[in-house]
Design a protein. Sequence first.
Length: 574
Amino acid sequence: MHDPSLTDEQREFLWKEARRTGMSRRAFLALLGSAGVAAVLAACSPKASPTTTAPATTSAKPGTTAAPAPTEPYGELRMALVSFGEERFTPITTTGVTPMVMFAPLGDWMFWQDKRGGEPLPRIVEKAEMAADGLSWRFQVRKGVKFHNGDDLTGRDVGFTLEQLLRRDAGYADARNMVDKVEVVDDYTVRVITKGKQPLLTGALTLMLPHQGLVIPKNYIEKNGWDNFEKQPIGSGPFRLVRHVPGDRVEYEAVDKHWFKTPAFKKLTLLLVPEEATRMAMLKAGEVDIIENVGYTAAVDAAAAGFQTVPLKSATTMIMLPGAYDPRAKGMPTADIRVRQALSLAINRDEIIKSFYLGKADPPLPPTFSGPDRDMDFSYWLDYTKKAYRYDPAAAAQLLKEAGYANGFNIKLYNFGLIQAPDNPKLAEIIQGYWQKVGVKTDLVPIDLAGYLRIKNKPIAAELVGQASTYGADSVAPANMRTHFNSASGSWMIGDAFPEFDKLVNSYYSETDTAKRKEQMAGMIKIVTDAYTVLSIATTQGLIGLGKKVVFNLVPPQASGNIPVYAALVGHRS
């Protein structure tokens, strides 16, 4: 039932916001009937800050005066997470979820994004201009921002951060591939000289993967060293580090006044809880306020217990066949594309979506895509993958016979849950059953995410070459193409077999003509889809569970599915 207190102007505003963020009509109608409308209006209204949370209110008894809500941070916000990644604080050399979990509450990004695929928004860099010749960028750094030790954040820190991203041991190569050198013009101006035209540079310095824009303190690191920074990291973010207990928890404390958003909670605690059942039990018992990686079945259970689950970001679940083009895979089954096609044809994705994902997932897209994306013809590729990923066990058996495996073969399937795909260990059992029907004997190998990350990146560990793994991604173009498939990438999913792919991805990054970029993107997608080294299964929603004392009103799909990124935006429920 619609909230009768809303004016026509407010309803119109909400509808415009819903359309802007891609919300369905059904979801919009549900929003109008929800208790969170006021908070959404406060968060979205042009008259208020986009991240302002409505203050908590207290109902007073007749004849009494309600106590005013605290204006300073108070209470503790506890989050149960699946993984701390590499469990390190340095955002330069870490990969995957690590910077988005460990350092995210401590830091500020150069640029922000308020939705998946959105344009980069000012954060630490309040203005960015590309030169007329397209060969450099000029960054104006925001004044008045301070690190946790009291030092001013200046252009020297932004320049230092960019220079560190050019190191050979940097976790991601995007900045290194784009930037030639960095010049600090003055205290608040940085000139970035690029390797040719790089119109997409600012997008690589946001919280969307590969999250290279977290600013680190130059003077602090040069004075104390990287080892000390790892032990006692500081940033300019809304929280400062209090304590890190490896393998267990990380504790933070809110800064008194943050330039962008002062947290509602005084204390933030991240708990490492890999098991979904344990996370759910902790939520129900009130031991934690937010849990990540809520699977579809668990979401039904949470709703029955009166707990809300909300999606942060769409994701794609996948089966990866790493090392298929690695020279060490010669003679192994997955080195033959007919075998890889057969493994795909043996999987009944429609049945998985209907039964396993309870009909709430969507058909798969090309490898590592989880929704409409930059320069992508969404309708065309949805139809293309429908044909490529069809279910045809008879054709699968024939291909295996042609490849010399009429009696099947043995393969290991590494599996683990992660925020983009919490149900993957259960999915692995289903895949095992489908492959068994065409004669492929599958040994399931449980592993945690951190362990998998240690063996999957180039050079791929020998035990993984020629095998398979579950995976999940919420990557966005073009980072997903370069990160997973470029010959210089860590994942190296098509090896050196397609030099034309490298040419396309490198040209794409420097192309300013939209029509040409669309052609380049189409070429890249076709290569990686037809290689069958990544088998998309379904497009899902990354769900988080909310306890009864917190409110969280961000509209999906957000740029990141990692909840610590948004810790300062979680509010107290009235």
